[in-house]
Design a protein. Structure first.
Length: 799
């Protein structure tokens, strides 16, 4: 140990001596000068020559030659100079530095950080984190200014804050694109106030539209964006967005667009300028509150002066339009260990009216709906046959339906409805792959009418569902990864691990250079094997309505015989749900007395993960990936009880349901079909996506022949990426019955390899809109931009 200490002290003394050998000047603890040679001149001037290094606190200067005035602290460095501080590096041809004040100026400077680059004719350091550049260019690209940059007569740089550019001129590949008198860009992870990039678009007959967002970071939990807008011929307007976060899962957001429209007037369909302007607006408000782990509330409100706003500004309103109405809705819910209670309410404005400024008074509102549910509670549990588990639960609600027009003569629309459904679940047994269970529920609804002589109506129905299932699995292969010696692998195995590559002969060489496989130089190679699991499930399900009764208001009983008379599908008589109503209710199995056969198939791939010894409990518990490769599900119903003796086998068949899909690296296929034997109607959805190298194709077909829903649409799209930096996309959706275009999109993207900017040109045409767009998207450090090029073959970008 003594010998090791002596060696350590000797090495330290040698290093200290070498350091002191190049030390030419030391002014206290503030400044140290290192160089190969040094000279002292009259007037307190000190000169250092050859690999000069000046240390001043946390800052370091490098250069070939330096002159230091010991009286004033002024330092002049020349020859490949460099300035390094804690978070910035600056290169230049000459540095003037004052060790007393810390002020620094450089000529022909280049600033390099992890977030941005600046090239300037002259650079001055004003403070610890403040720099001012004259005649400079700013960019976030790693290839300097070759991709895109913003030139400014003066650029003020505040590290970890923002960059302010005066007389900004945006350049792409050296071509001048856009001039702005002033622009501020954030260069830190925290939000900052300032101007955001403008948005430019154009529409036929409406001219060019320009929007310039102004962002205000009020504090860490609040921000606001105000966007003055010029809409071409339509006139001027503005967008407003306010966001606030109170705590985790507690937030609100407000969005508002308004404009003085010089084209639109209610009832006017052309795009010619009108005689007078018309004030229009649309707003959206959303707030979510997580008061505790068990208490939640949420509210959403949307509104507009005229309903045509959704047509003229679909690109803005589509994100907030979730149904065929606008208005306010919300809920509050309290959850307990075994139950939950809550209240929902909504006040909506129907969009499907002829007058865009009117309110549909016949639209039924929900004011409010109070619900109470009891989670399944175990009554009995054992290992005995037929008595393995018995549980019960409850679902109930009271809903008030109201409309502003209470004089409607056709239907009863103002009522209070109490609905409750207690249920009992009985699990009989699990015997190997076979299991059997049954569930009985009793539906009860009572109505209270405020505007009819007969005040009450009741209906009740009992429903029994018994299920017998058989499940079996088959596993193919074993998922593992193994290191094998190269010598142990046969030639055929090596070809699977390392496929043969075609020889590429360079025109500058006489022959080909053989490929060098780095992994073959190792003693072993990693071989990965996957396994697959095929699960099959056969089910026989008996649906039976045990009892059904209706009594009370005869007018309402007649009303609910058709879907037009319902408040919602719960109003339907239980045995009629499968024959009437929406696509949702018509696709279920008839409840009265039906046997349903199901055959469900699932194929899952199991792949080993690479071991990560730096994560706790990772290697033993979470060392596999699971993915669904394909599935095939079939369901067919068969009526048992039918009073007509002449009913044939085909007449007893109810709807047929088939759903299958397949997913692979280059394939995606999904097919869904409902077929109704009695009427020969069908609901079909087919979609596929296939990748061929630089090509990608999409197709989707939808058909619905049910009465009231007759529709057939076809969507076709394609993408091609002939080179890594260029891509083209096209998508067209057509109504086959009307031979009418629903939506057409053509788009081109230029994406440089440096991932600094994207140039996008697109054309979009829909039933109500047609527009051209030219967009420049710059990389300002957002993660979404980084994945744009890698996710090019995704049709979601065209939706």
């Amino acid at each position: 140990m003594c010998l090791a200490l002596i060696i350590l002290l000797a090495n330290f003394s040698k290093a200290q001596a070498q350091e002191d050998k190049n030390l030419q000047l030391k002014l206290g603890d503030a400044v140290s000068v290192y160089s190969e040679k040094a000279y002292r001149k009259d007037g307190g001037v000190f000169e250092a020559v050859g690999n000069v290094v000046i240390l001043s606190g946390k800052e370091t200067l490098y250069g070939e030659k330096a002159s230091l005035n010991m009286g004033t602290g002024h330092v002049l460095m020349e020859g490949n100079v460099r300035f390094i501080s804690r978070n910035i590096t600056i290169y230049g041809s000459k540095i003037e530095f004052n060790s007393s004040t810390g002020e620094l100026s450089m000529s022909n400077a280049r600033i390099i950080t992890g977030e941005f680059n600046v090239v300037a004719e002259h650079l001055v350091k004003k403070g610890e984190n403040l720099y001012v550049a004259k005649k400079a260019e700013f960019t976030t690209c790693k290839d300097c200014t070759e991709s895109w940059s913003i030139y400014g007569e003066e650029i003020e740089i505040e590290l970890n804050q923002y960059v302010k550019i005066s007389h900004a001129l945006t350049k792409i590949k050296g071509i001048h694109i856009l001039y702005l008198p002033f622009i501020a860009l954030p260069i830190k992870t925290q939000r900052e106030s300032g101007l955001l990039f403008p948005t430019i678009s154009t529409r036929p007959q409406e001219g060019v539209a320009l929007q310039q967002p102004l962002y205000w970071a009020i504090d860490e939990s609040k921000d606001m964006t105000f966007t003055p807008s010029f809409w071409g011929v339509r006139g001027i307007g503005a967008d407003l967005q306010y966001r606030q976060v109170f705590a985790q899962e507690n937030w609100l957001e407000y969005n508002h667009r308004l404009l003085e429209d010089k084209i639109y007037l209610p009832g006017k369909t052309d795009r010619e300028p009108s005689e007078r302007s018309y004030f229009r607006h649309f707003y959206e408000f959303e707030a979510h509150q997580q008061w505790s782990n068990s208490l939640t509330s949420h509210i959403v409100a949307t509104g507009t002066k005229d309903l045509d706003f959704f047509r003229d500004f679909a690109d803005y309103t589509d994100d907030y339009l979730l149904e065929s109405s606008t208005g306010a809705s919300g809920f509050v819910e309290k959850r307990f260990m075994d139950a939950n209670i809550g209240m929902e309410a909504q006040y909506r404005r129907n969009l499907f009216v002829s007058d865009p400024t009117s309110f549909d008074k016949s639209y039924v509102q929900t004011l409010p709906s109070v619900y109470f549910n009891i989670m399944p509670q175990n009554l009995y549990h054992s290992d005995k046959l037929l008595l393995q588990n018995v549980s019960f639960g409850l679902e109930s609600d009271y809903t008030v339906f109201r409309q502003r027009d209470e004089q409607e003569s056709t239907y009863l629309r103002n009522a209070g409805r109490f609905s409750t459904t207690p249920y009992l679940h009985w699990h009989f047994f699990n015997y190997g792959p076979v299991s059997m269970s049954s569930k009985y529920s009793q539906n009860f609804q009572e109505y209270d009418f405020r505007d009819d002589d007969e005040k009450y109506f009741q209906k009740t129905a009992g429903f029994l569902k018994t299920e017998l299932s058989f499940t079996m699995d088959k596993i193919f292969g074993l998922a593992y990864e193994e290191k094998l010696s190269v010598k142990e692998l046969e030639k055929e195995e090596l070809k699977k691990v390392f496929p043969e590559k075609k020889e590429k002969v360079s025109p500058d060489l006489v022959g080909a250079i053989p490929d060098f496989e780095e992994s073959l130089t190792e003693d072993s190679v990693l071989v990965v094997k996957n396994s697959f699991r095929h699960s099959q499930e056969f089910k026989f399900i008996h649906h039976l309505i045990t009892n059904s009764k209706e009594q009370g208001n005869e007018r309402f009983l007649s009303q609910i015989q058709a879907p037009e008379g319902w408040f919602d599908y719960e109003d339907a008589i239980l045995e009629d749900q499968a024959e009437l109503g929406s696509n949702l209710t018509r696709t279920i199995i008839p409840r009265k007395n039906t046997i349903e056969f199901q055959w469900n198939n699932l194929l899952i791939r199991k792949s080993p993960k690479s071991a990560n010894y730096f994560k706790d409990q990772r290697y033993l518990r979470d060392n596999f990936n699971y993915s669904k490769v394909g599935f095939f599900n079939l369901s067919q119903g068969f009526l048992i009880d039918d009073e007509d003796e002449n009913t044939t086998f085909n007449d007893r068949l109810t709807r047929l349901f088939v759903h299958t899909g397949y997913t692979a690296a280059a394939w995606r296929l999904d097919f869904k079909e409902y077929y109704f034997h009695q009427s020969s109607d069908q609901i079909t959805d087919l979609s596929f996506q296939r990748r061929f190298g630089m090509f990608n194709f999409l197709g989707a077909y939808s058909a619905n022949t049910l009465p009231g829903s007759d529709l057939r649409t076809l969507k076709l799209g394609g993408q091609v990426r002939p080179m890594d930096t260029l891509g083209f996309s096209a998508l067209r959706e057509t109504d086959l019955d009307a031979s009418e275009n629903i939506r057409t999109i053509y788009q081109a993207d230029i994406m440089p390899n440096n991932n600094c900017w994207i140039f996008n040109v697109n054309y979009r045409k829909s039933v109500v809109d047609e527009r051209y767009s030219v967009n420049f998207v710059f990389n300002l450090g957002n993660k979404e931009f980084e994945t744009f090029r890698s996710n090019f073959f995704s049709f979601d970008r065209l939706q």
